[in-house]
Design a protein around this ligand. Structure first.
Ligand code: ARG
Length: 403
């Protein structure tokens, strides 16, 4: 007999986690408490909660974590220019450690001994939820029923029908995960990397062809590296992200289609719609180029890449992520300013930037006669700069003559 008496299950309302309520309850003779975390996925949470109780949960929690998600997860990611493999704004990845945190909180409140999730054994989400849960409370057992029950989708439907678990009629064409920072769409016809995404993949973005004929210019104000206002209007973090999602999405900005390397080794074709992320990250990176110096920028790119990798790989709660944040927060102290972006038929370009801490100096940069830059200094600088290149080439040509 297992010693597990109460399990807190991360519940989405979908087939896997609905089946898991019944399956876990039967297998462990345990009470099931379900928990749905609202990260801005825009679902019917009342319906989801009622479904959980109907299927057999003893208690259900709906936790609105949008504000915490925006402030403590998305904003740090903006400061870190969070992108995996240069393309993916780690939107799903960022949400998972927060879900784990909430599961642990509910487990403590409920006196539960285990936490369960519906992640498959093929993806990254299992790494994120399990590692964060264990990092926050090593005494909790983590259960991953979908990884172990060995049921195919058809068998799951059969199981659901047998136990009176409602199954939605609409056959699912894609596997979708969404939150404030983006929408992840995978599987189905997308599993052939040659197939262009069909129109039904996209929900947050206009097709660039049908987007407005007139460009939208938007000004994003940053304070300490975080976006705080749009077109001069102060907005709270959640509203700001929602606003940019809407405006950029209307202009067809934010569609991503790329080949991704999952941590388990699978190469997968992934599509995303992240209008706000694409826009804000590009603006932030541009502002950094105005404010940070060359040495800081070069080093920060390494830090950013490591930070993004750690978040993608489920290591949010590793101390290294916080160590990197210390560096990122330090560079972000000067990151005040404004960036002007132009959104037009699927394209997003930065067309202006300004900051009180700008390192750009018109006086040295200008080509007009008022420039204070003493060009004659380059008479000495250029030969020194190229010194090793010239010598190396000389040596190499000697060598090739010998051969
Ligand atoms: N590949 C992305 C990631 O690992 C997205 C995963 C999306 N999850 C899903 N259940 N559809 O973060």
């Amino acid at each position: 007999m297992s010693s597990i008496k109460k399990i807190v299950l991360a519940y989405s309302g979908g087939l896997d986690t609905s089946v898991a309520i019944k399956w876990l309850g039967d297998k462990y003779h345990a009470k099931i408490v379900t928990c749905t975390v609202d990260l801005g996925q825009g679902e019917d949470f009342k319906f989801i909660g009622e479904k959980a109780l109907k299927v057999g949960a003893e208690n259900h929690y709906t936790i609105d974590a949008k504000d915490e998600f925006a402030k403590n997860y998305i904003f740090p990611s903006i400061k870190a220019n969070g992108l995996y493999e240069g393309k993916y704004p780690i939107s799903t990845s960022l949400g998972r450690p927060l879900i784990a945190k909430k599961l642990v909180e509910v487990a403590h409140k409920e006196g539960a001994d285990a936490v369960a999730h519906g992640c498959t054994g093929k993806g990254n989400d299992q790494l994120r939820i399990e590692t964060s849960t264990k990092a926050l409370d090593p005494n909790l057992t983590v259960l991953a029923p979908t990884r172990n029950w060995g049921m195919s989708r058809d068998q799951e439907v059969e199981y659901a029908n047998k136990h009176g678990i409602p199954v939605s009629k609409a056959a699912k064409k894609y596997s979708i995960d969404q939150n404030l920072w983006g929408r992840s769409i995978e599987s189905g016809p997308l599993e052939n990397p040659w197939n262009a995404p069909e129109d039904d993949v996209w929900e947050w973005t206009m097709s660039p062809e049908e987007a407005p004929k007139k460009p939208t210019v938007m000004e994003i104000t940053f304070k300490g590296g975080a976006p705080v206002a749009i077109d001069g209007k102060k907005l709270d973090p959640v509203s700001l992200i929602e606003h940019v999602n809407r405006v950029a999405g209307e202009n067809g900005v934010g569609r991503i289609d790329h080949m991704e390397d999952r941590i388990v080794g699978i190469k997968s074709r992934e599509t995303y719609e992240c209008p706000a992320a694409v826009t804000i990250l590009e603006a932030h990176k541009d502002l950094e180029k105005l404010i940070l110096n060359r040495r800081e920028l070069t080093f920060k790119r390494l830090v950013d890449e490591q930070w993004s990798f750690m978040v993608y790989a489920g290591l949010w709660d590793d101390p290294l992520r916080e160590d990197l944040d210390a560096f990122i927060d330090k560079t972000s102290e000067r990151m005040d300013g404004k960036v002007k972006v132009k959104l037009y038929k699927g394209s997003m370009i930065v067309v202006g930037r300004e900051s009180p801490y700008s390192v750009y100096d018109f006086k040295t940069a200008t080509y007009d006669s008022s420039s204070t830059f003493d060009q004659t200094l380059s008479n000495g600088f250029v030969p020194l700069w190229g010194l090793q290149t010239v010598v190396s080439r000389k040596v190499m040509s000697k060598m090739s003559k010998k051969k």
